[in-house]
Write a protein that binds this ligand. Structure first.
Ligand SMILES: Nc1ncnc2c1ncn2[C@@H]1O[C@H](COP(=O)(O)OP(=O)(O)OP(=O)(O)O)[C@@H](O)[C@H]1O
Ligand SMILES: [Mg+2]
Length: 414
């Protein structure tokens, strides 16, 4: 094999307890070749990570992988269908009931396939109906992670998934999904241009209502709610589990607290640990996944608590306008709502309709009523929102400001 890279001695055993060094090393292997027989132990997530990079794409780099089932790591990789995934063959999943969950690959745009793959995967790792909650949890995690790989990664080969029951010591279930795509930060940047730091981007991606498909402050599009990774992260927290999100530029590690389910630790792996695509691993102790429905209710409530007001305080900006913004001194008499409406039509809306930001000076007002502010700005704020053009507010007393903020909340709701 050309460009063969052999793992250093300390990387022959790769587990989820110590993912950092393996991830740092993996980035250096892109474009080269490796033999799985050079490893002694590869936990399922590491095999998925390698398989996603081993698939040959028409463009971009991959890793040339080979195995002759000489080491136990290579035997395990072979048993879960490593070569089939790398070569793009059907893995024959149905023939291995309840023994080994074979890896599968779901490519864009095969969304309908995701459900079946997730069902097979979760059925196969779970041994009895007593573990029903664990099966549902795994199903949920696989669906969200595969949808993300297929929808957001832009890897034409999509995502590779495996779930494995690990019965040595405490019984745990591990799920991993990997793609060789653009990474989370790039996917988020278009709608979140300030996310210039890859760590901040990962931290943001696991928050509710954050998505590369809409701007912060909104709650969703017809296709996405920005809740997939949030749910997986909350499940890890609530089951005293672990979540690893390794993507281009950074790797985030989340661990639920066994003693206190309201507590968790979030950290970033150091040393340049990242993944040339996106790799998400979820692991939970089987015994800690008692219930599914109530867990989802808790997570829904957490998402609700953190839902941005349906409207965002975004188009009324209480800050100094950029120079050159036309400033308008609001000089219409307070309480005259008809006049306020006519004033807005004549003086405010035309600027906004041309996507020109305006600055409204409220220095003439000690106090204003809701109906006045409504008459003055209800239509203007909706035009501002529709055309993404801000209205700056200057010299507003606190009471005026809170009335303006309330207007924005309800004017843009629903
Ligand atoms: N595999 C991936 N590759 C690239 N970007 C990703 C990947 N997974 C997630 N992302 C980015 O992280 C964002 C958040 O993902 P998340 O699953 O939480 O929300 P969503 O997919 O946008 O919405 P939902 O899952 O509710 O349909 C995505 O919108 C996307 O920008
Ligand atoms: Mg998603």
């Amino acid at each position: 094999m050309t460009g063969l890279v052999t793992p250093p001695a300390h990387l022959r055993r790769v587990t989820l307890e110590e993912p950092e060094a393996f991830l740092v090393w993996l980035s250096t292997v892109m474009g080269g070749a490796l033999r799985l027989d050079d490893f002694e132990l590869l936990h399922p997530w590491a095999i998925v990570a390698l398989a996603a990079l081993g698939r040959k794409k028409s463009s971009g780099e991959h890793i040339d992988t080979s195995l002759s089932a000489g080491s136990s790591a290579a035997k395990f990789a072979h048993a879960i269908g490593f070569e089939d995934v790398v070569e793009g063959k059907d893995s024959g999943l149905a023939h291995q009931p309840r023994r080994t969950v074979r890896m599968q690959s779901v490519a864009y745009p095969n969304f309908p396939q995701i459900d079946g793959v997730a069902r097979n995967t979760s059925d196969l790792v779970v041994r009895s109906s007593a573990e029903d909650a664990a099966a549902k949890t795994i199903f949920h995690v696989v669906v969200e992670l595969l949808r993300n790989a297929v929808q957001h990664s832009r890897d034409p080969l999509g995502g590779v998934v495996v779930a494995q029951r690990m019965d040595a010591g405490e019984k745990r279930i591990q799920v991993a999904v990997a793609d060789n795509g653009i990474g989370i930060q790039s996917a988020l940047l278009a709608k979140h241009p300030t996310l210039s730091d890859p760590r901040t981007a990962l931290e943001k991606a696991i928050q509710p209502h954050i998505s590369g498909t809409f701007e912060e402050g909104l709650t969703g599009t017809s296709g996405n709610a920005g809740l997939g990774l949030f749910f997986v992260a909350e499940m890890a927290k609530l089951t005293a589990g672990t979540m690893l999100v390794a993507s281009r530029g950074a790797s985030l590690f989340l661990r639920g607290d066994r003693e206190d389910p309201t507590n968790h630790q979030l950290s970033f792996l150091g040393g340049g640990a990242q993944y040339p695509g996106t790799l998400v691993v979820f692991e939970a102790p089987v015994a800690s996944v008692h219930v599914y429905g109530p867990m989802i209710e808790v997570i829904n409530q957490r998402a609700k608590d953190r839902m941005p007001g349906r409207a965002l305080h975004k188009w009324l900006l209480f800050q100094k306008p950029p120079s050159g913004t036309s400033e308008i001194l609001v000089d219409v008499a307070s309480e005259n709502t008809a006049e306020a409406q006519a004033y807005a039509q004549k003086k405010l809306v035309p600027h906004l309709a041309r996507k020109q930001a305006i600055a409204l000076n409220f220095r003439n007002f000690e106090i204003v009523t809701q109906s006045f502010i409504h008459a003055l700005l209800y239509e203007a704020i909706r035009v501002a929102w529709a055309l993404k053009t801000p209205i700056y507010i200057v010299d507003a007393q606190p009471a005026v400001r809170s009335t303006l903020e309330f207007l924005e909340t309800y004017a843009l709701a629903g």
